[in-house]
Design a protein around this ligand. Structure first.
Ligand SMILES: Nc1ncnc2c1ncn2[C@@H]1O[C@H](COP(=O)(O)OP(=O)(O)O)[C@@H](O)[C@H]1O
Ligand SMILES: [Mg+2]
Length: 360
């Protein structure tokens, strides 16, 4: 089923609705077979960009290229793309097989070829033998698989997905994320995937594009985004980071209240800097750790039990707050003082991330 992936080139795409800039001068290249997620809060322009790629929304300016084809003015059915939406958009009165075959009918492919193609597409999504079932007899997860099979049936080299898993409960969603990852490797298509869930984006994507107010803020591999956020918006959106205002001391250190924190990364210039502290990077100081680690002391204001881990909230002397995570096993948990007690935590200079403060 592997026909290879399409390359996608978005050149200065904008979409304005009167005064609203739904998408603002976004340029982005996606390589063949790449899995790229568009991640951002509600209203950041994700669906608008996907709609422009699919041909459902005409851009106000800019152009879209698939391989060496300029598709900017092509209608959706001439773009050779598979599309999956959040609400499945299945036809309730048709059987599973008829739903999956629908793109073949629309393209007027010879009817004799349909059953084999439907069988192969359903097998791909783990629904072999479901051809004659009714849509109403299926669970939410199965419906989403039917929608996937339908998007893949004509073996498109580009598949667009808009929050396809958001209607599913957490467990099923996480299982489907892994399935989609594997499916992507098997079919070799390029996938552009919209989500507002950062863990979902990190789990599945080769690269993640962060959108805010219609603008592309940063595009990078998951670990790069996590460890090298472009600004405090990205840092707040990826992972679980506390953001604390700091002052630049020199090229490799910042001032936070009474403490000077060293970083192995160059501290950016600028008046408004934030320290992004990922909660898993803070360790409780047991005095035995590396002396080069930065130290912060605060009062414990809350401890939240979350199953596999505890989230501990600390308030520093200057009133700012941060949180750290501890495994919930006995040895770790017993090192957390009671509420109001003092706790010193350490942060490695390698994990000391200083970013420019994003505009609100
Ligand atoms: N048809 C439309 N008319 C007017 N404004 C729109 C329309 N579609 C989207 N918008 C606005 O454009 C912005 C981006 O929307 P959208 O792309 O749907 O965001 P997302 O998918 O990231 O939630 C929002 O402010 C939204 O209200
Ligand atoms: Mg949307």
């Amino acid at each position: 089923m592997d026909k290879g992936g399409e390359s996608v080139d978005i050149r200065s795409a904008s979409k304005h609705y009167d005064a609203v800039r739904a998408l603002d001068n976004v340029s982005l290249n996606v390589a063949p077979r790449e899995f790229v997620s568009l991640l951002g809060p509600s209203g950041s322009g994700k669906t608008t960009l996907l709609g422009i790629l699919g041909g459902f929304i005409p851009p106000s300016s800019g152009s879209i290229h698939f391989g060496d084809r300029d598709v900017t003015l092509l209608p959706p059915h001439k773009r050779d793309i598979g599309v999956v939406f959040q609400n499945y958009a299945l036809f309730p009165h048709m059987s599973v097989g008829e739903n999956v075959a629908f793109p073949l009918r629309a393209r007027q492919l010879p009817k004799a070829d349909w059953p084999d193609k439907v069988r192969a597409a359903l097998a791909m999504v783990g629904l072999a033998g479901y051809e004659s079932r009714g849509i109403s007899q299926l669970s939410g997860g199965q419906r989403q698989r039917v929608a996937l099979a339908r998007a893949m049936i004509f073996e498109p080299r580009l598949i667009l997905m808009d929050e396809p898993l958001s209607a599913l409960d957490k467990q099923l969603r996480e299982a489907m994320q892994i399935e989609l990852r594997e499916l992507h490797k098997r079919i070799g298509a390029t996938i552009i995937y919209v989500t507002h869930d950062q863990r979902e984006a990190l789990t599945m994507s080769d690269r993640v594009a962060i959108l805010k107010d219609g603008k592309l803020v940063q595009i990078d591999k998951p670990q790069r985004l996590h460890d090298h956020p472009a600004d405090s918006f990205v840092a707040s959106f990826i992972g679980e980071a506390s953001l604390l205002p700091v002052r630049r001391a020199d090229a490799c250190s910042v001032v936070l209240g009474p403490a000077i924190l060293r970083s192995t990364r160059p501290v950016p210039d600028g008046d408004e800097l934030m320290l992004a502290v990922h909660s898993e990077k803070l360790l409780i100081d047991d005095g035995a750790g590396d002396a080069a680690r930065n130290r912060l002391t605060g009062k414990v204001t809350d401890v939240v039990y979350q199953g596999e881990s505890l989230r501990v909230f600390l308030q520093l002397a200057d009133g700012t707050s941060l949180s750290l995570r501890q495994p919930s096993h006995y040895e770790a948990a017993r090192r957390i003082p009671p509420l109001g007690g003092e706790l010193t935590v350490t942060l490695h200079p390698e994990d000391t991330i200083v970013v420019p403060k994003a505009r609100p």
